[in-house]
Every structure is written in C-alpha cells, then in structure tokens.
Design a protein around this ligand. Structure first.
Ligand code: NDP
Length: 440
C-alpha cells in the first residue's frame, strides 16, 4: 500500500487472497523461507506505453496502453486485454494477480497477466477501432509471443478487436502463431471460446446447487451486464430450464419477466454484437421494464424481485453490502461470479455469513481462460476440436475446479468456503513451482 497508494482494487484483491493463505503458512515453512507470499504480489514486469492513433477526422489522440506480466511460474503469461476509460495500473494489476490463481485452478499450464488501455471503444467507428488496435499492437508485439505471453479479450475487447490485433502482430512478426486467443474460427480460433466464460459460470453454479441436491430447472436468474459473459450465461440458464430476467449496461437495467430467451435472446445478440446498441432498445422492442441509471443490483434492492441465482457479469465492485443483503432477503441461493471481483468485501461477507452458495470469480469464471488454454493447445498441434469435444472438456474442467475448491477448503480447515478453497488450491501449485525454480 505504501508503494502504490492509489491502487485500491489491487489492494482489495491481495488482501482477500493473503487472508485465505494464512491457513497455508504453518503447513508450508518452505513458502515462508522462500518468501513466496511477498514475491507473488509483485509483478514480474509492468509494461506501460503510449498509443497514438488517428480518428476519422484526422485528429490525433493518445491513450495509455499497458501489460502487467505477473507470474509465469507454471506457464506463459496469460490473461485478457481490457479497453475501458477506467483502466489504470491498479485495475490491471488486480486482474493480473487474480489471473495467477484462476489459471492455476484450470489445471492447464498458464501463468498470470493482464493488460489493456484507457481507450473508450463506445461511439467509435469500425475503422477507428481498427486503427487503435493496430497502434496498440505496434508496441505490444515486442513483449508477447506464443510461449511468452498470450493475451485474450475482456471488457471492450471481443472477436473484432482480437482480429485487428492479430492481423497487426502477424504483419510485424511475419508468423502465424497462437499469440492471442479468442481468434476467429477461420484463423486459429476455438469453437466454444466465445461461450466459455458464461457457460462456465453457469456450470459452476450447477455444481454448487448440486451439493444441495437441486438443479437449474425452474430457477430465476438475475444477470448484470449484456456483453460476452452475460449473453452466454443467459443462453446456458435457458438451456438448463431456468429463466434469466435481467440485462444491464452502464446506462440502465431491463427486467423482462417473460425471460430473455428465444427471439428475445437473438435480438440481444444482434443488438449488442452487430449494432453495438444499448439495452434500452430491448425494453422498447419487447415492452419490458427499463430502469434508467440503475444497476441490476439496484433494481433487485429497490423492487420485490424474486431471485434464485445471481450471475454478476459486468464489472468489479458492482455488488455493495446493501445489494448483497437485498439478494439474501429476496431468497437468492447461489451467486456465481462471471465478472472479476464484482462483489465488494462487505458483500462477500454477507453472502458467506448467510450460508448462500458463493462462487468467487477466480473459480466461477475460469471457463473462459480454460478454453483459451485449449485454443493454445489446438494451435500448437495445428488441429481443431469439435464443439462437443471442447464443451465436454470445459464441463470437466469446471467440475474439477469445483471439486478442488471444496477439497482445499476442507484440507485447510475452512469447509465449504469456496473463497478460501479457490485461493489455496490456485496458490499451492504456483508456490511449489516458484520454490522449485529458485529465487529468480
Ligand atoms: P463486455 O465488454 O463484452 O461486456 C461488459 C458489460 O458490462 C457491458 O454490458 C457493459 O456495459 C457492462 N459494464 C462494463 N463496465 C461497466 C461499469 N463500469 N459499469 C456498469 N456496467 C459496466 O465484457 P465481458 O462480458 O467480456 O466481461 C464482463 C466481466 O467478465 C468483466 O469483469 C471481465 O473481466 C469478466 N471476464 C470476462 C471473460 C471473458 O472471457 N470475456 C473471462 C473472465 C472474466 P457498457 O456497454 O455500458 O459499458
């Protein structure tokens, strides 16, 4: 905190993890001796650079780009790129730090990293997005590589942006390699990668509910956001017989008691992915309720909405303590975090004290990076697996992550605590690798 006083999100993520890791100190004197706890919170490398680009009117803009290469003890740095005006080193460090443990939990050989820019893609033309992505890659290319650091998407970075960045990388390096994941299917992408984070978060929710002998059938889900993670979480909830009733963006929230399914889900996909419109249009089209300026969690708190399952899929710290209390009061049984750190520490405490099933992001949303890992494997082998094969592997990975969270929690004296379980299970493998590799 003294070194980087402004990085509140990073401090929040570190405090949560270190609190869980207290349970490992006595059992692993070697980690204390090698000072793993202090080493793991310092990134291997922080790269910050200028991104100059030209808009359609010929005006020159300058944004800041960055890549935090956090830890490569168990594999190449791996983690998404976020384009959003709020991006700063503290946010990217929190995401990169979380990524170390998440990637370790997937059982695949991937280290942790994260990057992005304070560039705001909203309202930009397709050509402006392309020029920005190219300018961003003109610097980033020298720091990444298929065995060094493999970025992917995150908020504001989807298939289109990955395509433009991959095109520039390929041009500069003169190699067609798996340096980015989330690529288009025609040039090295994996089936199920777009769906993976949302599907994975719902698979994780299913695993949690199954411990209480229940299923998704007939359950009502509240989803925040309307981007990649929200869209495929909703699709999977529908497929499993549940009903998703909300979508949101930074302008407001839609509540559709008929459920966002069938032609309504198709409309959402077209609205957000092709026309890049706002969720308000969905409410206008289908006569659903729209709450201007309110988040999904404000709407739950201010109205008597029945909620069985909460799937936060927008951004960090979107659920406050008051929101969490409202969810508990409305009968919510499961929270599965598609977003990264969407619940404040106060909210997490309320969830855990209430006995509700709370799946933290680094476990619940690991499906995205897991399928990115599968995309890397397919690129290395120069082949592609079928949709069924990738989905089967994704389901298996989410099941294993769930089991290893519960096992670690039990083994370290915190039974049924998914937060402690995810942090400890993710940490042990990385800490052992760091210990074996010496002080570097
Ligand atoms: P998208 O850019 O596709 O969608 C983000 C959605 O969240 C949009 O609806 C956006 O609304 C809303 N949102 C973003 N920031 C804010 C904010 N500050 N306040 C209110 N609403 C906001 O991103 P993704 O769906 O990919 O990512 C969502 C979350 O999931 C993030 O936390 C991300 O880190 C996490 N995640 C994503 C993975 C992936 O594979 N994509 C993997 C693992 C985690 P608006 O358009 O108005 O900004």
């Amino acid at each position: 905190k003294e070194k980087d006083p402004a990085q509140s999100e990073f401090h929040q993520a570190v405090e949560e993890v270190l609190h869980s890791l207290e349970a490992t100190v006595e059992r692993h004197p070697e980690f204390v001796r090698e000072n793993i706890y202090e080493r793991i919170v310092e990134p291997d490398r922080q790269i910050i650079f200028r991104v100059p680009w030209e808009d359609d009117e010929g005006r020159v803009h300058v944004n800041r780009g960055m890549r935090m290469e956090f830890n490569n003890a168990i594999g190449p740095y791996k983690g998404g790129l976020r384009f959003h005006p709020s991006v700063n080193p503290g946010i990217i460090k929190f995401l990169g730090f979380e990524q170390i443990f998440k990637n370790s939990l997937t059982t695949l050989p991937m280290g942790g990293g994260k990057g992005g820019s304070d560039f705001d893609p909203k309202g930009k033309s397709d050509r402006e997005i392309m020029r920005f992505c190219q300018a961003f890659m003109r610097e980033l290319f020298r720091h990444i590589g298929p065995d060094t650091d493999v970025p992917a998407g995150d908020i504001g970075v989807g298939g289109r942006e990955i395509g433009y960045m991959f095109g520039m990388y390929k041009k500069l390096v003169n190699e067609h390699t798996g340096v980015l994941t989330g690529k288009g299917l025609d040039f090295g992408g994996s089936l199920i990668r777009p769906e993976a984070t949302g599907y994975g978060a719902v698979y994780f929710a299913m695993e949690m509910i199954a411990t209480r002998n229940e299923s998704m059938e007939g359950k009502t889900a509240v989803v925040s956001g309307s981007g990649n993670v929200a869209q495929y979480s909703i699709e999977k909830v529908n497929e499993l017989g549940g009903k998703a009733i909300t979508i949101s963006d930074s302008s407001g929230t839609v509540v559709d008691m008929d459920g966002i399914a069938g032609e309504r889900w198709d409309f959402l996909m077209e609205l957000k992915n092709i026309r890049k419109g706002r969720v308000k249009e969905y409410a206008e089209k289908f006569g659903a309720d729209y709450y201007e300026g309110r988040s999904a969690w404000d709407v739950v708190s201010e109205n008597d909405l029945k909620v069985d399952i909460a799937l936060p899929s927008a951004t960090q710290n979107e659920i406050s303590g008051e929101h969490a209390q409202a969810l508990v009061d409305r009968g919510c049984q499961v929270v599965s975090e598609g977003a990264n750190m969407p619940s404040t520490p106060e909210a997490v405490k309320i969830f855990q004290d209430s006995g509700l099933l709370y799946g933290p992001g680094k476990a619940a949303n690991a499906g995205g990076v897991a399928v990115s890992g599968l995309e890397m494997s397919q690129n290395s082998m120069k082949l592609s697996w079928s949709r069924e094969e990738v989905d089967r592997k994704l389901q298996g990975i989410m099941k294993d992550i769930h089991a290893s969270c519960l096992q670690a929690a039990e083994a370290y004296g915190k039974p049924e605590d998914y937060v402690a379980g995810a942090n400890i299970a993710g940490f042990l493998k990385v800490a052992r690798a760091m210990t074996s590799c010496g002080i570097v």
